[in-house]
Design a protein around this ligand. Structure first.
Ligand code: MGD
Ligand code: MGD
Ligand code: MO
Length: 637
């Protein structure tokens, strides 16, 4: 960030988290005024009800899922009421196998379900009025203020009949959900991940699920929380907190705000005015510009866009035209089309600090040295920046004419960290972290000092020193007694609110149909995603023999009724065609069961890239693409 935004005057930096967590971020910011979940994993132990809104956590968040399974096992020993688990999804997965109720819905129908629950809550007078009076306000989709009465009017159209028509969910199921949110004895955790974020109304559906929890007061108490699960292990830390997004700066700042720019320029000690006030290209726009030749060079680190960008035939067909530099640990689809490949050190070969879904910042220590010429990504940036400084590049000088990315020891003396042997011996991490930590203090995202943090199993921010000199973490944000920024006597205080009234916003967001829906020519829904055995593009897991053998190749999953109708048996080759591309895959339906009229394809296989078929439409607010739905035709070959 310092190299690019502080040194190169460029905001063209964006994370693969744009493809993953952007809708969650904008959802948080629009509802609460600040990013990241207020609840924590302890809520999974304290709740008595869990609802997943299109998230296959048995395969995708298996560690958390085991935490829940362990709890379920314990419960069977006692007579107390067991935890109720409801899985809402478009596909019956391993997660659904352990659900008390499986509620299948039509893609994008989640918007109607959430509005339908809110409609019934208000109609039946089952809302938490005390909570609402104190902690919420209402806005229309266009951002204008509305009253509770106007919000009621907006909801009226989402009758159980209408919800059934849009989402395919029965009145009985809608009542079940409404009854849960009506019951003050319930302690409900909602979980979601890509089903809601990869959505052309991704920001809106995040807002709508917050609405359900805000109307029912299911937030800010142990066991009660809407909880956005993070996809990538450090999307919260590395992207959202550090601010590696085209419009952002560290600690919740944005490039558009002159005060925010000055904060960073001062702490980074750049030339005043070094940071560009204009947001850069988001991931999709960046590759589209590169593809058209409007962007000369891209340096790709720790991501494999030649496999993971949607609609590859359109967005990556000219990838070799510009100058593509790729830092990776293994050969990938992207290194194949790169001009320069920089070998990188893998996680076990370097130090690092990560931030997870529950605001926990954690330290990682190097276990082995990287082989051959492989180097830390951070060192690569430092070395390139230093070479530019030597060549006299203006932006690489700080206010004192010294190297902008200079690393200093405890006595303030510069160390030659751009030299690999010096870098490896010196604790560069501590230096970088302490500089960055100063930027975390503005928006109540305070991190612990390095020495405190590295002594613990991570700490959840805000971490603030108490009167007796101890550094204390915050399990639940906005909650009195847990969050040091809540004023005494406030019980819950949404202090991030833009209007400075401490109120979260309930948004009247209408249902909108997806941009591409099945029709006569392309009659099936295509959903894409992941499998337990592989990490994304399989560059790492595909090299582990046990995993590769367990899940060797991409496949297409069909509903048994569709398979029968089309005469497709297990193992048969199936051609899948969209308006953008085609692919041939074997049918295999043992893992899970998509809803009738839909198919599922995982994206891990470099030899069979489903992103040649997917759609590149995205949420207008978050710019996150929808990989979860487009229209295809399928036939047996
Ligand atoms: N083993 C393993 N674990 C991983 C990963 C991995 O590659 N491998 N990747 C990590 C990352 S970065 C991510 S982002 C997560 C992804 O975790 P998940 O989001 O759980 O998994 P996906 O397979 O992407 O998404 C599949 C889900 O999308 C839902 N869905 C489809 N259409 C809709 C819709 O219109 N609305 C709603 N609400 N839901 C819908 C389906 O019901 C299905 O359960 O997994 C993380 N964990
Ligand atoms: N069709 C479809 N496409 C999708 C999605 C979907 O659901 N469906 N989901 C989207 C989502 S949510 C996500 S998160 C993205 C993931 O998309 P990517 O981030 O593009 O996928 P990864 O395979 O995680 O790529 C990480 C790369 O970093 C390399 N690597 C690992 N460690 C290091 C390191 O320390 N340094 C360096 N330099 N490299 C390293 C790995 O070898 C790998 O090539 O995919 C998106 N694309
Ligand atoms: Mo992700």
């Amino acid at each position: 960030m310092k190299f690019l935004k502080g040194g190169l005057n460029s905001n063209h930096i964006d994370p693969n988290a744009r493809l993953c967590m952007a809708s969650a971020v904008v959802g948080f910011v629009t509802t609460f005024g600040v990013d990241e979940p207020s609840g924590c994993y302890d809520d999974l132990d304290e709740c008595n009800t869990i609802i997943t809104w299109g998230n296959n956590w048995a395969e995708m968040h298996p560690v958390l899922y085991s935490r829940f399974m362990d709890r379920k096992k314990e419960e069977s020993k006692y007579s107390r009421p067991k935890t109720l688990y409801i899985d809402m999804a478009t596909r019956y997965t391993r997660s659904s196998e352990h659900a008390d109720h499986y509620i299948e819905f039509i893609p994008q129908g989640d918007m109607a379900i959430a509005n339908g629950i809110c409609n019934l809550l208000l109609e039946r007078g089952k809302q938490d009025s005390k909570f609402m009076d104190q902690h919420v306000r209402f806005k229309a989709d266009d951002g204008s203020d509305i009253t509770l009465e106007q919000y009621r009017e907006f909801l009226k159209e989402y009758t159980p009949e209408k919800v059934e028509e849009i989402a395919g969910v029965s009145e009985a199921h809608l009542n079940l959900l409404t009854d849960l949110f009506s019951d003050p004895q319930r302690k409900i955790v909602s979980l979601w991940c890509m089903g809601m974020n990869q959505h052309t109304r991704g920001t809106a559906i995040n807002n709508l699920v917050y609405n359900v929890h805000l109307l029912s007061g299911q937030i800010g108490k142990p066991g009660c929380t809407p909880f956005s699960l993070t996809g990538q292990p450090s999307a919260c830390g590395t992207c959202r907190e550090v601010g590696t997004l085209a419009h952002a700066l560290p600690g919740g700042r944005v490039v558009k705000n002159p005060e925010h720019r000055a904060d960073c320029e001062n702490i980074w000690n750049t030339i005043p005015g070094a940071i560009n006030p204009k947001p850069g290209h988001h991931t999709m726009a960046m590759f589209q510009a590169f593809n058209k030749g409007e962007m000369g060079s891209i340096w790709v680190q720790v991501t494999n866009p030649a496999q993971t960008i949607p609609n590859l035939n359109e967005n990556m067909n000219n990838a070799t035209k510009g100058n593509l530099i790729v830092s990776d640990v293994y050969p990938t689809a992207t290194t194949k089309v790169a001009n320069i490949v920089l070998p990188s050190a893998l996680w076990v070969e370097k130090n690092g600090i990560v931030g997870n879904s529950e605001r926990r910042t954690q330290q990682w220590f190097r276990m082995v040295d990287p082989p051959g010429e492989a180097r830390d990504d951070a060192w690569q940036v430092l070395a390139v920046a230093h070479r530019m400084y030597e060549l006299g590049f203006k932006g690489m000088k700080n206010r004192d004419g010294k190297f902008l990315l200079g690393v200093h020891d405890e006595n303030g003396k510069e160390v030659e960290a751009w030299k690999w042997d010096v870098y490896q011996k010196f604790n560069v991490d501590k230096f970088h972290y302490e500089e960055y930590r100063k930027l975390t203090l503005k928006k109540h995202k305070d991190l612990a000092p390095y020495d405190v943090l590295s002594d613990q199993r991570g700490m959840r921010w805000p971490v603030v020193e108490n009167a007796s000199g101890q550094w204390v973490e915050t399990p639940r944000r906005f909650v009195e007694g847990e969050d040091p920024y809540v004023k005494p006597g406030k019980d819950i205080q949404f202090y991030g609110a833009k209007a400075k009234d401490d109120r979260a916003i309930i948004w009247a967001r209408p249902y909108e149909a997806p941009p591409e829906v099945p029709d006569e020519e392309y009659p099936y829904w295509l959903c894409t995603g992941r499998v337990l055995e592989h990490w994304h593009t399989g560059t790492m897991t595909g090299r582990v023999p046990q995993l590769k053998n367990a899940m060797p190749k991409a496949y297409v999953e069909l509903n048994p009724n569709d398979a029968e109708r089309l005469g497709i048996n297990e193992g048969d080759k199936v051609k899948i065609v969209s308006r953008r591309g085609r692919i041939i895959l074997p049918a295999w339906s043992r893992r899970a069961r998509p809803a009738e009229g839909s198919i599922f394809v995982p994206f891990f296989d470099e030899t069979k890239m489903i992103n040649e078929v997917t759609l590149d439409e995205y949420c207008p607010m978050s710019k996150e693409p929808d990989y979860k739905k487009c229209a295809v035709k399928i036939e047996k070959v």
